[in-house]
Ligand binder design. Sequence first.
Ligand code: C5P
Length: 232
Amino acid sequence: MGKDVIVACDFSCAAKTLEFLDLFRERKPFVKIGMELFYAEGPDMVRRIKDRGHKIFLDLKLHDIPNTVRKAMAVLSRLDIDMCNVHAAGTVAMMEAALEGLVRDDGTRPLLIAVTQLTSTDQERLEKDLLIREPMKEVVMHYAQNAKSAGLDGVVCSPLEARTVHNACGNGFLTVTPGVRFADSDKGDQKRVMTPAQARLEGSDYIVVGRPVTAAADPVAAYEKCVKEFCL
Ligand code: C5P
């Protein structure tokens, strides 16, 4: 499995997104479309970005009863996306239903991964807000094992947990890791962060990078720096 950098296009509208993507003339980044952009522009945004030659991770983090998620995934499977996700907290039954819904008529499907714990959640919030008393690494590992038993392809976790997940679920089980910051950049609301180079050492398969690229003075240079540190 080749390593790649996924750029989180957390923009409010199509115009801002396409203006940003226009900057990338040589290498077309793997693009993450999240809730803000998808809710603003709908499925057409997926088609427009795909037509420009980008791979797409549709990050809608579904979490509902299994029947609802199965049907929602069947709708999303009609889009030409490469990866999508659910919350592992929705249970094994919900993840199995998501996988069933995602398989297209021709038998193909996008990669399906599960969010373990958001990278904005730290141990204190885990205990106080969610009443989960186990250490973060154990919670992430348990959720990853649930995702694997449901047949999913991998998880979203912090790069700090990538090695633990691979040890528990095997190296072929994907770790997609947001919470990436350059050594000198602002953490923002992220708590469990690492640099692209550290994420590589920890064995992440994909890093998801948003503001360190989208808000950089030179986004292409920031993206290339991520690629150089993480992939090469
Ligand atoms: O700007 P930043 O690099 O923090 O963006 C990270 C992206 O990854 C955001 O789009 C966020 O929604 C997403 N994400 C995350 N933590 C997760 C799952 C997704 O930060 N566990």
